[in-house]
Ligand binder design. Structure first.
Ligand code: NAD
Ligand code: TDX
Length: 344
């Protein structure tokens, strides 16, 4: 039996990870630490909180007293850090917030891991730390040893955290791993990101904004496959190592949007080309051979299947995203989430 501390577990990937863990390792104990920013949704964790082995604490990873208090009381064996500001467009408006949460938050967590001699700190990172690849060289893929050349303040804050993890491993002998994952999609993704934004706009009959020409390429991974990869890194990965987690599932943004509109039976006339994102990365693509060879991890869900499941989920959970669009979910966060550093 392990004691797992999951930060950012009220968000998209963190919540999927908690349910993945409960299904695969029902004997483990899970404590979720989440400050419930706009991206956190306590409703998501309701079913998990009914289990005796799950606790949720509302708290900020940048708040040293809170974090040290939680570690001291809970004494985790492993920490998985999902907590982050995760949206590139928001990072263009407020880079400072991204540095605070994504870099300084990771530092506070690592300091606490050292103080309580935690067996493993896992940093959930992103392919965006490598920068982008040209569209006309499809044979190029990023490997773990490639230099970090982030383009956006979001990506730079994640790259900075990766470098700090490396420094803590080398200097303080922190036991830590990093996974750098491709674009995720699936249930419970906040409707600001391309796939859920397209689904929810299309269902409402509203224009779907495509930045620039829509030719930019992303590598898409179904969220459950990401959860399986993190689980594999936690249990079989070597401390001090970085693992790329990619789907080899490259699609242009325009292809993705068209695919969703077709699945929903909505017209392509909803597509609206808008001004490009400043600094917009052209293409991401990962070589995930190390994760395959060392951990035996491979993506299990193809894009058609994953998109089908995702569209179905948004159709079946209209109330979930309509409450987000109306802002009502924040009242629920206040009602169920309570005050800071509070056990929900
Ligand atoms: P998300 O925005 O959906 O969720 C982030 C969660 O972190 C929310 O619950 C939020 O309340 C919480 N949080 C934010 N600031 C906090 C703080 N200071 N203290 C405590 N909790 C805080 O993000 P996501 O898409 O689930 O991404 C999770 C992680 O995975 C991030 O680290 C992100 O960089 C990384 N990642 C995401 C993707 C992707 O495609 N979404 C791909 C690769 C890596
Ligand atoms: O309205 C939109 N129109 C559009 O064309 C939005 C929101 C996005 N886009 C484009 C920009 C990107 O090329 O679609 C692509 C995907 O955009 P996002 O969903 O914002 O994701 P991205 O910027 O690629 O970053 C995501 O993947 C890596 C996550 O948000 C990050 O947290 C993760 O690290």
């Amino acid at each position: 039996m392990s004691k797992l501390l999951v930060t950012g577990g009220a968000g998209f990937i963190g919540s999927n990870f908690i349910y993945y863990q409960l299904a695969r390792h029902p004997e483990d104990q899970i404590l979720c630490l989440d400050s419930l920013t706009y991206a956190g949704d306590i409703r998501t964790l309701r079913a998990a909180m009914e289990r005796p082995n799950v606790e949720v604490v509302r708290g900020d990873i940048t708040d040293r007293d809170t974090v040290f208090g939680v570690f001291g009381a809970y004494r985790p064996d492993m920490v998985v850090n999902f907590a982050a500001e995760s949206h590139v467009d928001r990072s263009l408006r407020d880079p400072g917030l991204f540095l605070r949460t994504n870099l300084l938050g990771a530092q506070v967590l690592m300091d606490a891991c050292l103080r309580w001699d935690v067996g493993r700190f896992h940093q959930v990172s992103t392919d965006e730390v490598y920068g982008d690849l040209p569209l006309e060289r499809p044979e190029l893929l990023f490997t773990e040893s490639d230099p970090l050349r982030p383009s956006s303040p979001y990506a730079a804050s994640k790259a900075a955290a990766d470098l700090l993890v490396g420094a803590y491993v080398r200097t303080f002998r922190l036991r830590a791993t990093i996974s750098r994952c491709a674009n995720n999609y699936g249930p419970r993704q906040f409707p600001e990101k391309l796939i859920p934004l397209t689904i929810t706009r299309a269902l409402a009959g509203e224009p779907v904004p495509v930045y620039g020409t829509g030719a930019n390429v992303r590598d898409w991974l179904y969220v459950e496959d990401h959860c399986a990869a993190i689980d594999a890194v936690l249990r079989r990965g070597r401390s001090g190592e970085v693992y790329n987690i990619g789907g080899r599932c490259e699609r242009s943004n325009l292809d993705v949007v068209r695919r969703i509109l077709a699945a929903l039976g909505r017209p392509e006339s909803l597509i609206t080309f808008v001004a490009d994102r400043p600094g917009h990365d052209l293409r991401y693509a990962l070589d995930a051979g190390k994760a395959a060879g060392e951990l035996g991890w491979r993506p299990a869900t193809g894009f058609d299947e994953g998109i089908g499941r995702t569209v179905r989920w948004y159709l079946d959970h209209r109330g979930w995203w309509e409450d987000i669009l109306s802002g009502r979910y924040r009242e629920e966060n206040e009602r169920l989430g309570g005050a800071d550093a509070h056990r929900c």
